[in-house]
Write a protein that binds this ligand. Structure first.
Ligand SMILES: Cc1cc2nc3c(=O)[nH]c(=O)nc-3n(C[C@H](O)[C@H](O)[C@H](O)COP(=O)(O)OP(=O)(O)OC[C@H]3O[C@@H](n4cnc5c(N)ncnc54)[C@H](O)[C@@H]3O)c2cc1C
Length: 473
């Protein structure tokens, strides 16, 4: 049994690691229990024969908090910046069209016709308001821009960035800022400009009020990037910093709230597979929502049932290496996205070796495809070689690849990411409300405030701050 005046964090993904790291920085005792034999959760890098495969984020966006961690962990030299202007493509009728992310690209794009272009370009001149009841992303886009824009712009972006379905995702749940902009300014573009002005003003105020804040490195740092040796560098470094405060291969099978024995009422007891038990004053659940739901089943049944309702998409990730000489396309850019209408199982392919040096040996290319369910089927049930063959056939058609695979790596996720579907925001508000009845129970993870690693880290920091104030209070 451990000293009770500490915090136990279940899960060593970026959310749990950030929480633990912050608590250690503040000299608060912590123990992280992680089921697998490495830290990182969905972030994991495999290096083999000169290739660098990523199981999760390939070139994520780094927010201010992640930059702070990179600085404190001395990883700046390891960081490699992504090119924010790298070309993205969208597949139409089996061919690559440049994604229109600038007004000039929008005018010339082959993805949709004049009517759709005019509706997008004319948006700042119009006046619209979101309906009182939350609408789906698809309904929002249809209302503002029409079917073509939904099919050939928003649907592939939503699938790529959120692994989501625009027909199910809720605007308020997934894009609260857009709803706010439209509500406040009657137009997305006008709302975005007003928000940008507000935040520049705030930055300026902070800069003039404090000399140190004026030096915020994050203002000039790149948003997209990775590390020379892959994304695992960040989570490995966080894990190393925790030293003996992290236990790997420690799967938590049950938790309960206990009282007495010198512990403060309401402290937590956690049991591992194998029977070992730990007690702590605070408990942070930094596991996926469905695992948190299972573990909280008897201790917090209401929270458990709300968490259990959050859906996750199944998906697979196929990284494939080819000889460069067998590619007809140059792979000049970030990669391509595939609209659902195209009827492929690949919904996005990232050209890793074009994004960053050192992802593949000389003369080879590496690309990573994300595979979605076709209809209701789950791609993660297919054997690895079948998946690789199916994706390979699509890649060959789109990119004109003629050669054989040189190497490949497949990951399967029966429950990849939480879906911010209609009603998600309300569910999270209800969970937060129910947490008031458990003053020493905290949640962190990708179902709360966004799925990106920066947003996950932020939930970890937030839990740590609440714990610090709990001890101070
Ligand atoms: C294929 C893919 C691509 C992605 N691409 C991007 C991207 O480009 N940019 C971006 O920002 N984000 C991306 N994401 C999302 C991002 O990686 C995740 O949202 C984030 O890493 C989740 O971190 P987490 O700590 O909340 O959860 P997880 O990483 O899921 O960590 C939870 C941890 O809890 C552990 N655990 C579970 N059960 C138990 C138990 N009973 N006892 C002990 N430990 C347990 C798990 O082993 C795991 O280590 C991607 C995700 C995937 C799957």
């Amino acid at each position: 049994m451990e000293h009770p005046k500490k915090t136990i964090i279940i899960g060593a993904g970026i959310s749990g690691l950030t929480c633990a790291y912050c608590l250690r920085q503040w000299n608060l005792p912590v123990l992280v229990l992680e089921a697998s034999n490495r830290p990182g959760g969905l972030i994991s890098t495999t290096r083999r024969d000169g290739f660098l495969f990523e199981s999760g984020p390939q070139s994520p966006r780094f927010n201010e908090l992640l930059w702070k961690l990179i600085g404190e962990l001395n990883l700046e030299r390891e960081f490699i910046r992504g090119d924010p202007k790298a070309k993205r493509y969208i597949v139409k009728n089996g061919h690559l069209c440049k994604a229109p992310f600038s007004p000039s690209d929008l005018i010339t794009t082959c993805l949709f016709g004049l009517r759709s272009k005019l509706r997008i370009l004319g948006e700042p001149l119009g006046l619209s308001h979101p309906p009182a009841k939350e609408e789906t992303v698809a309904d929002f886009v249809l209302r503002k821009f029409g079917q073509e824009t939904l099919d050939y712009l928003v649907d592939p972006i939503v699938a790529t960035v959120f692994f989501g379905d625009a027909q199910k995702m809720g605007m308020e749940s997934a894009f609260p800022a857009l709803v706010r902009w439209e509500r406040e300014s009657g137009s997305l573009a006008r709302g975005a400009i007003a928000a940008r002005r507000r935040s520049s003003r705030e930055r300026l105020m902070r800069g003039t009020n404090s000399r140190s804040l004026g030096q915020r490195v994050t203002d000039s740092l790149p948003a997209l990037g990775s590390f020379r040796q892959g994304m695992g560098v960040l989570t490995d470094a966080l894990g190393e910093k925790l030293g003996e405060n992290i236990r790997l291969a420690a799967e938590v099978v049950s938790i309960m709230q206990v009282a007495g024995n010198g512990e403060r009422p309401g402290s937590w007891r956690v049991r591992l597979r194998g029977g070992e038990e730990f007690a702590a004053e605070n408990l942070v659940m930094a596991v996926p929502s469905y695992t948190a739901a299972r573990l909280l089943d008897s201790a917090a049944p209401h929270i458990s049932s709300l968490l259990g309702e959050i859906p996750h998409t199944p998906m697979a990730v196929v990284s494939a290496a080819y000889d460069r000489s067998t590619m007809l396309y140059q792979l000049d850019g970030f990669g391509f996205m595939v609209p659902r209408r195209e009827g492929l199982i690949t919904f996005c392919t990232i050209w890793n070796s074009s994004l960053f040096k050192g992802r593949a040996p000389e003369g080879k290319v590496l690309m990573t495809s994300f595979v979605q369910a076709s209809g209701e089927s789950d791609p993660s049930v297919f054997p690895d070689d079948v998946l690789a063959r199916m994706v390979g056939a699509e890649t060959e058609k789109i990119l004109g690849a003629t050669g054989r695979l040189v190497d490949r790596q497949v990951w399967k996720y029966p429950r990849a990411l939480p879906q911010y579907n209609l009603g998600h925001a309300e569910k999270i508000a209800a969970i937060r409300n129910a947490l008031n009845g458990f003053p020493n129970l905290y949640l962190a993870g990708n179902y709360l405030d966004g799925r990106s690693i920066g947003e996950c880290a932020q939930t970890g920091l937030h839990a740590a701050e609440l714990i610090r104030s709990h001890f101070r209070g």
